[in-house]
Ligand binder design. Structure first.
Ligand SMILES: [Zn+2]
Ligand SMILES: [Zn+2]
Length: 399
């Protein structure tokens, strides 16, 4: 039996009639711009979707420009496009494998008791749930000294929640840093010392800065290159009224007007601007770089969440390794009947998914790999692996 397309005229297609054999592997090739995608995606795939929805009584899906297509089945579409450029999305979160890991860590994690320093395991500690202001908090007791502590739960192992994320980088693993080149050390403030300050703006800022220094009875570095500034003068230039010395000593009697010295400093203003625009403004881009977070070293989780272990491995160590590394860890848990009994479903899910992804030649990937950095082909194979998970049968695959 064939899929029969009669008179397809969507976009650049000129009245195409075509028979495509069912249950066969069919490749459609042709010059770029000849209409392969229009035929497969915008005609065949959309019409299969439309017929399927109409059969289930969902009316109103627009019909592609084609007189008739016979003998279609519900189709799935696997393309190379990436619709997810969220920097927080990783191979682990995209495939839900990371959810399995979080569940395993909630049930089995080992840590030191903060009171008696003995090693305790979540799997054999007594638990207690308390409801405070509508929110549930889970506690556990140290089996050795009965000390009560908050239990780490699945949300503590997510870098996308406040409970789990590293507080410094908010779970991004990276922080933005202002480069030294912003400060032209051989120049004065009024003569291009701050690379992003045009002359008029530099004069305006300098007045405010000078007023703050006078207010604090510190000498004003007029006509002096930045490299000759005292550390105090430089600190005030960079951080203004937010510099640490000021905030701890004189907070209440600070100038309240810009002209009188309410000078806000170069760096706080830059961070404020980036926060407002939710991006780095174009003129600042050359002076800002991304650096690995100094607190979590790129591991995204808070100190405690990234420290605890299951079978001697920390969660970031598992997501950093390749897929074989994850699989070997799963097998290690599997060998311990008692541990296995708590998390059997999650272990099976990981094993099934990883084997599928590995079969498609992607065993070298790690779960912490940012999803949007995968190549088109890698992404397509990840999508294919997910489709192979589907329990449905006799689907036709397009594109
Ligand atoms: Zn204890
Ligand atoms: Zn961090």
């Amino acid at each position: 039996m064939n899929i029969k397309i009669k008179n397809a005229y969507e976009k650049n297609l000129r009245n195409i009639d075509l028979d495509i054999p069912r249950n066969k592997f069919t490749v459609i090739t042709g010059l770029s711009g000849s209409g392969k995608t229009t035929l497969l995606k915008d005609t065949l795939y959309l019409e299969s979707q439309r017929q399927y929805l109409e059969a289930m009584n969902y009316q109103g899906t627009p019909k592609p420009k084609v007189d008739q297509i016979q003998n279609l089945s519900p189709a799935i579409l696997i393309d190379q496009e990436n619709r997810n450029d969220n920097p927080r999305s990783t191979l682990g979160t995209q495939t839900d494998l990371y959810t399995d890991l979080r569940m395993i860590f909630e049930k089995l994690h080992q840590r030191r008791c903060p009171n008696c320093q003995e090693i305790i395991s979540a799997s054999n500690a007594k638990e207690e749930t308390e409801k405070i202001d509508g929110e549930y908090n889970v506690y556990m007791y140290c089996p050795h000294c009965h000390y009560r502590m908050e239990k780490l739960t699945r949300s503590h192992f997510s870098f996308n929640t406040t409970a789990g994320a590293c507080p410094t980088c908010k779970g991004m693993g990276k922080t933005l840093v202002i480069k030294d080149s912003l400060y032209q050390k051989d120049q004065t403030i009024l003569n291009g010392g701050i690379a992003t300050w045009p002359k008029g703006y530099a004069e305006y800022q300098f007045k405010s800065y000078a007023a703050l220094l006078k207010y604090l009875e510190i000498s004003v570095p007029e006509d002096i290159p930045l490299k000759k500034f005292t550390s105090e003068q430089l600190d005030l230039l960079k951080y203004g009224i937010y510099s640490s010395e000021i905030t701890k000593e004189q907070k209440e009697k600070l100038p309240t007007k810009v002209a009188e010295g309410k000078y806000e400093g170069i760096e706080p203003k830059i961070w404020q601007k980036i926060a407002e625009e939710k991006d780095i403004p174009k003129n600042l881009k050359p002076f800002i770089k991304e650096d690995t977070c100094v607190d979590c070293h790129g591991e995204k989780l808070n100190a405690l969440s990234r420290l605890v272990t299951v079978c001697n491995q920390r969660l970031p160590e598992i997501t950093k390794g390749d897929l074989n590394h994850v699989l070997n860890w799963v097998y290690e848990i599997n060998e311990n009947e008692q541990l296995k009994s708590f998390v059997e479903d999650y272990l099976l899910d990981i094993e099934t998914k990883i084997k599928r992804i590995s079969k498609l030649g992607l065993v070298y990937l790690s779960l912490d790999r940012q999803y949007s950095t995968l190549s088109g082909g890698e992404m397509q194979r990840i999508k294919l692996a997910a489709v192979l998970d589907s329990q449905m049968t006799e689907l036709i695959n397009a594109y």
